[in-house]
Design a protein around this ligand. Structure first.
Ligand code: ADP
Ligand code: MG
Length: 693
């Protein structure tokens, strides 16, 4: 395989654009992509024709406007290129069809922002993310808005948030004598996932309907030996990964790193970063292709945040930074950050933003699935805090405490083996327990769930940092001595937001009470986290930065809570079905068999011991009865919930339904351990986690 040659072969990328478009058209298109110049509509026809010719040469017969509605997934509706001409057809894509589409919007969630009879919605081409050909269809990335201009998707607010940061960051940069065409945010999302065999997957209704197991006793060998992380890849997994790389590379997605993760059957893939909207599209495509390639290999890729209890869940690390079109990274501390006022100001802006808006940042990663990770053992807690590392930590401390800064320099390291070369040590060690960690020249936001659309947290990050930049720029513009004024702001803001910085173990038991003392938020469930989005301050920041109107912000929070409620409801119904239709009958059959055995033994001679059977009969019968009473309790609870009342409904799900489901699970897991495997109706954790040989 010639990787450089096949990389991006399915993408209408810069090179193809240059080759196929008339020079003027190419220049106009690149101006839009690179410096955010409004698209010149008159070039659309020409771009469409070139795109269509290229796509047809790749075997495409259809095109689709590809968008990301508020379901968090992607959506597509395929139209063919054909246009009748007499008895024949020609292949055609007009400029208008490239620029706008009109899917019926009424069946997509709008969070009450629009009545269902108002069905008109438009998709509009997003030229900043390249089109591509997949399985005979030309995919055109688009935004999705309603007839009245409300955004109905995740991408338009993302683009607006990127505009906001572009505008405000340029103001800050120009105060320091730096001019540029565009400041973009960059993201490299690391993606975790599980692989199990299709055969096992098909035997678990919960995995199929909910993406996770609703019960399952712990397997005797979990991850305690710590032998899976970075372990040797099983041949079947290696084949999957090789195939995945190949597919993703063909779509121009620069996958770079792949390895086994901590839990058995868990793996990770990390791409090289790109501008945020391209990174988002690539990640959506990555998740889809992961599932598809897995299927080809007889596997199923589980992207749920917590498919299995008791072992690590899956997340997505959102590596985030900002850089100019010339490649200047605003979060690069340089060799002596203590003298780098611009860097310190940018850092202060991020710290201020994250502290001021910790509630919405937390809410942006809240989902039913992710609730199982945040606050659990292996993932960041539900509390937002920032880790700066030794070097920046010491710098910030010195500013806040008014002490001299003693630079922490990167040490020359040696591994103590003479043959081995000296290697440079990083100035900062890693801290895997922080939800928001500075890692050299970027922040790594680690709270994202593995199946999340990464737009959500990035919309928030971009918006709140743009807002902090705006406040700083307002203050600084017109100042004589920018350095001095900026340093005053840095000191003031670092002092004001010092509480959000935590450089120690975020998983330790001391952190939660300490965070409470500092007044940091600790919203453990989606039901508790999402309602902060209705608070005026949290709405106003979006309004001010031109990212959401008030109605849009409210609609999104409604959808998030509605979605949460629906997911828990589906999980509860699935559990009820599995228990009633399979577990209780199977265990009852086993008990009946045990009873027959006891009777048979007794018939032979009533002194034959039957204690084992009697004990099992007793325990399992009691458990079945316990399950029956929990079924009634759960059903009653669900009956009392009015799904449309988003806040009370989500509260009931979080604090009433989930605890009953948990209780049922404990009973079921206890039963699984003592029921003959011949009778147990579902694959166990062992079957699932060790299914790939
Ligand atoms: P680490 O080992 O500290 O996690 P890596 O260099 O392995 O860092 O990068 C992890 C991810 O961060 C990769 O996806 C990488 O492309 C991405 N990344 C690196 N630099 C940036 C940046 N400036 N902006 C956004 N993401 C970045
Ligand atoms: Mg990392």
């Amino acid at each position: 395989m010639n990787v450089p040659q096949m990389f991006g072969e399915n993408v209408f990328n810069d090179a193809v654009q240059k080759e196929t478009l008339p020079k003027e058209v190419y220049k106009a298109l690149r101006a839009t992509i690179e410096s955010g110049k409004q698209l010149d509509v008159s070039i659309a026809g020409s771009v469409a024709a070139a795109m269509k010719d290229w796509a047809v040469s790749k075997g495409a017969t259809h095109y689709t406007h590809w968008f990301q509605p508020l379901t968090g997934l992607t959506a597509e509706k395929h139209d063919s290129f054909i246009e009748p001409e007499g008895d024949k057809v020609i292949m055609r894509l007009t400029g208008k069809s490239l620029i706008v589409g009109e899917p019926d919007a009424s069946s997509f969630p709008s969070g009450g922002s629009r009545a269902t009879f108002m069905a008109r919605g438009y998709t509009a081409w997003d030229p900043t993310s390249p089109a591509f050909v997949k399985e005979g269809t030309l995919y055109i990335p688009t935004v999705f808005v309603s007839y009245t201009g409300e955004t109905l998707d995740k991408k338009s607010p993302l683009l607006r948030s990127m505009n906001a940061i572009d505008k405000q960051a340029k103001r800050i940069l120009s105060l320091f004598g730096i001019t540029c065409k565009k400041v973009s945010t960059t993201v490299g999302p690391e993606q975790e996932y599980f692989l199990i065999t299709e055969e096992m997957y098909e035997r678990r209704k919960d995995l199929q309907l909910c993406g996770r197991t609703l019960f399952g006793a712990p397997v005797s060998r979990g991850q305690e030996l710590e032998d899976h992380y970075f372990g040797v890849l099983k041949p079947k997994i290696a084949e999957f990964m090789a195939d995945l790389d190949k597919e993703l590379w063909s779509y121009g997605i620069p996958t770079k790193t792949k390895h086994n993760e901590v839990a058995p059957a868990q793996h990770e893939m990390a791409p090289v970063f790109s501008t945020t909207n391209v990174a988002v599209d690539s990640n959506m495509l990555t998740m889809e292709i992961m599932r598809k390639v897995a299927k080809k290999h007889g596997l199923v890729c589980l992207l749920h945040e917590k498919p299995f209890e008791g072992i690590n869940g899956s997340g997505k690390h959102n590596n985030w930074s900002m850089s100019t079109d010339a490649g200047f990274n605003l979060l690069d501390p340089g060799t002596s950050p203590e003298h780098n006022t611009l860097f310190k100001l940018v850092l202060a802006a991020v710290i201020k933003a994250v502290d001021d808006y910790q509630g919405i940042l937390r809410a942006s990663v809240a989902s039913a699935g992710n609730d199982h990770r945040l606050g659990a053992n292996e993932a960041p807690p539900a509390i937002i805090s920032i880790y700066l590392g030794d070097q920046l930590g010491a710098l910030v401390d010195s500013i806040v405490k008014g002490e001299d800064y003693v630079p922490v320099k990167a040490l020359e390291g040696s591994i103590g083996v003479p043959e081995s070369p000296i290697f440079p040590k990083d100035a900062t060690d890693r801290n895997r327990t922080s939800p928001f960690a500075f890692t050299g020249n970027k922040f790594e936001f680690r709270m994202l769930g593995s199946q999340a659309n990464v737009s959500d947290p990035n919309i928030v990050l971009n918006t709140i940092v743009a807002d902090a930049f705006e406040q700083f720029a307002d203050e600084l513009e017109g100042e004589e001595d920018i350095e001095a004024a900026a340093n005053a702001i840095i000191e003031r803001e670092l002092k004001a937001h010092y509480r959000i910085i935590f450089n120690l173990d975020g998983y330790g038991p001391e952190w939660e009470p300490e965070a409470m003392k500092r007044g940091l938020l600790n919203n453990k469930t989606t039901a508790d986290a999402a309602p902060v989005c209705f608070e005026d301050k949290n709405i106003q920041v979006f309004v001010k930065q031109g990212v959401y109107t008030k109605a849009e912000a409210v609609a999104r929070a409604n959808i998030q809570l509605e979605n949460y409620t629906k997911i828990i409801n589906i999980e509860a119904l699935t559990l009820l079905e599995m228990v009633k239709q399979d577990i209780i009958p199977a265990v009852s059959d086993y008990v009946a068999d045990l009873c027959t055995n006891v009777a048979a033994k007794q018939a032979v001679n009533d002194s034959i011991p039957c204690n084992t059977e009697r004990d099992l009969i007793m325990k399992l019968s009691e458990s079945n009865d316990k399950l029956s009473s929990l079924i009634v309790k759960l059903e009653d609870c669900l009956d009392g919930i009015v799904v449309d009342e988003v806040i009370p409904a989500s509260q009931a799900m979080a604090h009433k339904v989930i605890p009953i489901m948990e209780e049922m699970r404990r009973v079921i897991d206890g039963m699984e351990k003592i029921t003959s495997s011949e009778y147990w109706p579902y694959p166990t954790y062992f079957d699932l986690l060790y299914s790939v040989k």
